[in-house]
Structures are given as C-alpha cells and as structure tokens.
Ligand binder design. Structure first.
Ligand code: 2P0
Length: 320
C-alpha cells in the first residue's frame, strides 16, 4: 500500500497553451516536449499512512495549496470511497516558478499510486490521469522527445524519439526566485477570453507540431531550433495580447535571449525557450554545452543555472 516514484519535469518545445475543456482539463492544442534528467521529484504515496484526510508534505513542509488537485487525482485513480493518503515529495529544483514542477509532481503521483494500490494501469491511462490534473504532466510519463495529441475524447501521448537516440543538453537559467504571480491555468483562460491572437494560435499549432516532429525524427537541430523559438514567442505574444497582459519575463529573460542570439550569430547550435515564468531554457548539442553554460551563467541578471541531459519517463523506484 506504499510506493515511491521518481519523475522529471519536461519542457515543451511546441507549447501547450489553452484548454478545449476546462472541466476535463483537455488541452486546446497538442504539444511536443523534452523530458529532463537532472531535475527530479521523488514522491512516496502511502495509502494507509494518513490520519483523517489526505496529507502532502512537500520538501519537509505541509502543503495545502496543491492538495485539492492531488486529492482529485487520487479520486480519479482509486475512486471516491478510498481512504486518506499520506504523500511525501522531495523536489530538487524551484517549484511553481515556470520549471514544470507540477508536471513532475503529478507524473510521480500517478505512477506511485498505481504501484501502491496495485492498479496495473498502462502508461497511457496514467498519462491521462496526470494530464487531467495538469496538462503538461501527461508528457512526463514518457522519456526523450514526447508528443501529446488531442482527440475529441481524450489525449494520446507517445515518445517520438527516446532520450539516448538524440542526446541534447539543456541549461536552465534561473532568473527569479519565488512563485509566479498568476498560475498557468488562470493565464490560459485569460488568454482564451481576451487575447485577439488566441484563435490564430490554436489554428496554427498543427503546422508547428508537424515541423517539430519531422525535425526530431531527422535530427535536424536548425529546424527544431527555428520552430521551437517560434512556438515560444508566439505563445508569449498570445499572453502579452491578453487583458490584463500576462508577462512572465523579466530583464534577465531578455538578456538570456540576447546571449542565445549572439551564440547563434557565432555559429553555435543553440536555441531558447521560455515557459510560464522568467526562467530561460537553453537547448544545445552536448559537445558545446560547457561553452554555452558558461555564457548563460555570465549573462546579466541570471541568479543561478542548472544543466541537464534528456531523461526517461516517470517510474517506480521502491516500495517505501
Ligand atoms: C507547456 N505550460 O506546454 C506550457 C507552456 C507553460 C507554458 O503546460 O492548467 O501546469 O495544470 O493544465 O500544465 C504549464 O501549464 O497547466 C504548461 P494546467 P500546466 O509546458
């Protein structure tokens, strides 16, 4: 009745922004991501260890904020007549700051719960349960380059290319500490309701997804760089066009983009992406990662950096 799982965040190269169905948390668009390796969430789910209600201890502290979504996810997997669960989670990177901590958390939660309750659910069912809690979490069940597609009924997720089949490195520039001002879910709704660019964003997604998928299958770094930066800047344009505007960037975000532009001018195979926070993720070939890391670390306003390869999907690591 107890199991531990480990999961890593993923970073979308072709972004998810907007919901087709808010109640079911069904995305309005497909997405394509890379699962990271060195950033980890390790979560133990104990289905008999709680008192009268579900408990979540995150990095040693009781967490109430994410609890309703955690409980809803457990209800979906175990049914509403289940007993309370005790959950302990350790995360080695900043949470709620645009580093996909919720993706890693819900991926770990569904995998650990599946093992603790001996449910024997397949990976896609677990991805759908994680995605119902947090859209991007469905992708962290899979390793390497992952594509999420949306059908009228539900989502489908698959690994397009495994993590070892095309090794890339990611340098994360941490440009602010502390949680973001507006959650992704709220910001997506605001964009859908008020941004004049939202409909166009949804309609143009399949073209970007096809281009990115082909680039990954052909290991075409330049093509992947172009479509990824386009998707990122287009998503942020949708946000900036919302009323009130949703701006997750700070000065260091732009300084990092300028550093990447300079590296590209100097002939380096590198590109950036930015999510719902000021952090910048810089993707490059492993052979130039030392050089890229040192340039990103030295960029004005960057507080700290993390470096990671691509990693595998969420998995069970033990029964305690
Ligand atoms: C993504 N993001 O594709 C996009 C890009 C942020 C920017 O998915 O409301 O936490 O829980 O489904 O998954 C972050 O949003 O949103 C996200 P919900 P989620 O990675």
């Amino acid at each position: 009745m107890r199991a531990t799982a480990i999961a890593q965040p993923n970073i979308a190269l072709v972004k998810y922004w907007g919901k087709a169905d808010i109640l079911r948390n069904l995305p309005a668009v497909g997405s394509l991501s890379i699962t990271l390796d060195a950033l980890t969430t390790t979560m133990t789910v104990d289905l008999q260890g709680a008192g009268r209600a579900d408990e979540l201890i995150l990095n040693g502290q009781i967490n109430h904020k994410i609890m309703p979504r955690v409980s809803a996810c457990l209800d979906r997997l175990l049914g509403k007549n289940r007993g309370p669960a005790a959950i302990r989670s350790e995360c080695n990177f900043p949470i709620a700051a645009g580093l996909a901590s919720s993706a890693a958390a819900f991926a770990a939660l569904v995998v650990a719960t599946n093992a603790a309750a001996d449910l024997s659910l397949d990976k896609l069912s677990l991805a759908r349960a994680a995605g119902a809690a947090s859209g991007s979490a469905a992708r962290s069940l899979y390793g390497g380059f992952v594509e999420l597609s949306v059908t009228p009924e539900d989502i489908a997720v698959e690994s397009v290319v495994e993590e070892n089949a095309w090794p890339l490195d990611v340098i994360v520039a941490v440009n602010a500490h502390g949680p973001k001002a507006m959650s992704s879910g709220e910001a997506m709704q605001l964009s859908a309701q008020t941004s004049p660019f939202y409909d166009r964003w949804v309609k143009s997604q399949d073209v970007d997804l096809a281009a990115a998928r082909t680039a990954v299958l052909e290991r075409d770094f330049s093509k992947l760089a172009e479509v990824s930066e386009h998707s990122c800047l287009k998503m942020h344009s949708v946000m900036w066009g919302s009323r009130p505007p949703v701006v997750y960037w700070n000065a260091a975000t732009i300084a990092c983009m300028e550093s990447v532009r300079q590296m590209q001018c100097d002939g380096l195979d590198v590109f950036f992406t930015v999510d719902a926070g000021p952090q910048v993720k810089v993707i490059c070939l492993p052979e130039i990662a030392d050089e890229v890391h040192s340039i990103v670390r030295g960029t004005d306003g960057v507080l700290s950096t993390m470096r990671t390869a691509l990693g595998q999907g969420a998995r069970v690591v033990g029964d305690g």
